[in-house]
Design a protein around this ligand. Structure first.
Ligand code: GDP
Ligand code: IMO
Ligand code: MG
Length: 427
């Protein structure tokens, strides 16, 4: 049995939900380690679509204990609603475990996310406005309120009073907003305590016990490598660590516990929100990717920016995450393009870059150097064995492997759970 991290190798929305669900068939535990309800993870089962935001994508399997780790930020109203929505569709979320140390997203976080973005004007990040950044700001400035505080009303109230006093100053004096009321927030949040009580535990211990007992544990990343607070395209990033190291701090395990690190990458690439994007296409090819790939955000419904696969960024993801393998998704979308391109280097400000540039200025001025590959232009969505893919599709996948330097062990040919090819070594 193994512990595997499944994470985004690009700017999010790579299909992590689908791959996590697929690997959950034989898993005992699936742990989210960072982010919050900025994530939108889609799982499609026999045509039925589930969009998960906080609850790990393994929840659909009765053999899986879904865990929300300490590294996550939790909007309790959203979590309760997500559990109710699953229940209404016949999925039992009662096994869900929630870290007592996870931080809460509070109403002032959502409000601040909104007004801070407005204040940034043209420089805005294009956040999901779910309060993620402000909640992590409070965590790191030690103003945060944690899940465990819900169960100690006196402490909760004390912390809330300090926080609200500070936030109201900001909201009123900097952002010209109405102040928030402590009593109202306390009533609302303490009301969630009963509903969450049975789920809250020491998840670091729970995960450690599962690993110790040889269970199959998956760690499901949200967002992606290029949205990582340290390794992403800062400041156009999220406020947590989606990269593999985040699984250790965000779940409370050591790096020696992890056996596999699976990077999920789309066969092309997309990004929502603002920020640099070297292979972005502003032409009809990009538009075709959006339409055929259905590239609209799960959380905000925003149109995703699309472009050709970027092997420079992919190699970077392999490096900073120590990826052991890749899951290449949405290769079926490429069936509609007679010629395919992969960026293998960037030209920027008179220099050629084969490693992901460390300077924002360089990144903004990048012109990708493309390699062209022949397409296959036949429908592959019903293919279920790697060997049955057209030769050109296999060549494309094998070229991605060469460029990334690691094997592609899973290939996605459709949104449905079953539209997945798992490759055995040497295939
Ligand atoms: P996540 O955030 O990484 O879990 O990805 P999202 O769910 O936000 O976006 C991925 C989208 O692609 C969803 O609509 C999935 O249903 C869909 N999808 C995932 N894998 C495949 C695939 O192999 N082929 C196709 N056509 N769609 C896929
Ligand atoms: P999943 O898990 C794609 C982007 C936002 C914005 C930036 C910061 O579904 O892949 P935030 O609200 O986190 O402060 O926004 O990060 N972003 C995502 N983009 N997929 C996601 O999640 C994202 N979560 C946040 O669009 O650019
Ligand atoms: Mg998503």
């Amino acid at each position: 049995m193994t512990a595997s991290v499944i994470l985004g190798a690009q700017w999010g929305d790579e299909g992590k939900g689908k791959i996590t669900d697929r690997l959950s068939r034989t898993a005992d535990m699936v742990v989210r380690y960072q982010g919050g309800n900025n994530a939108g993870h889609t799982v499609v089962v026999d045509g039925e679509r589930f969009a998960l935001s906080l609850i790990p994508s393994g929840v659909l399997y009765p053999n899986v204990t879904p865990v929300i780790g300490n590294g996550c930020v939790v909007d309790p109203a959203v979590l309760i609603e997500e559990m109710a929505a699953l229940r209404a569709r016949g999925v039992d979320p009662s096994r869900l475990r929630l870290s007592a140390n996870a931080h809460l997203i509070m109403p002032y976080h959502r409000k601040l996310d909104m007004v801070m973005e407005r204040f940034l004007g043209k420089q805005q990040i294009g956040t999901t406005k779910r309060g993620i950044g402000p909640a992590y700001m409070d965590k790191f400035s030690r103003f945060g309120i944690r899940v465990q505080d819900l169960f100690d009303p006196k402490i909760f109230r004390q912390k809330l009073e300090v926080a609200v006093k500070d936030k109201n100053k900001q909201l009123m004096k900097v952002y010209n907003q109405l102040p928030l009321d402590v009593d109202e927030i306390a009533d609302e949040y303490l009301g969630y305590a009963d509903l969450l009580f049975e789920h809250v535990t020491d998840t670091s211990l729970l995960v450690w016990e599962a690993i110790r007992d040889g269970r199959n544990v998956l760690f499901e990343g949200a967002q992606g490598t290029l949205l990582d607070i340290d390794h992403g395209t800062y400041p156009f990033v999220t406020s947590s660590s989606p990269t593999a190291g985040g699984a250790c701090t965000g779940a409370g395990i050591g790096p020696t516990a992890i056996d596999r690190v699976i990077g999920v990458a789309k066969a092309y690439i997309s990004r929502v929100g603002t920020g640099p994007f070297p292979t972005e296409l502003h032409d009809e090819v990009g538009e075709k990717m959006v339409q055929i790939g259905g590239e609209y955000g799960v959380v905000t419904g925003r149109r995703r920016r699309c472009g050709w696969l970027d092997a420079v960024a992919l190699r970077y993801a392999v490096r900073v995450n120590g990826l052991t393998e890749l899951a290449l998704t949405k290769i079926d979308v490429l069936s509609h393009f007679p010629t395919l391109k992969i960026a293998t280097a960037y030209d920027s400000l008179g220099e050629r870059y084969t490693e992901f540039p460390r300077q924002q200025r360089v990144l903004y001025n990048c012109h990708p150097v493309y390699e062209e590959l022949e397409g296959w232009t036949v429908d592959i969505s019903e293919v279920r064995r790697y060997a049955d893919l057209p030769a050109a599709a296999r060549r494309y996948i094998e070229r991605v492997e060469e460029l990334a330097g690691i094997p592609v062990t899973i290939v996605g040919v459709g949104a449905d759970r079953e539209a997945t090819l798992e490759r055995s070594p040497g295939e």
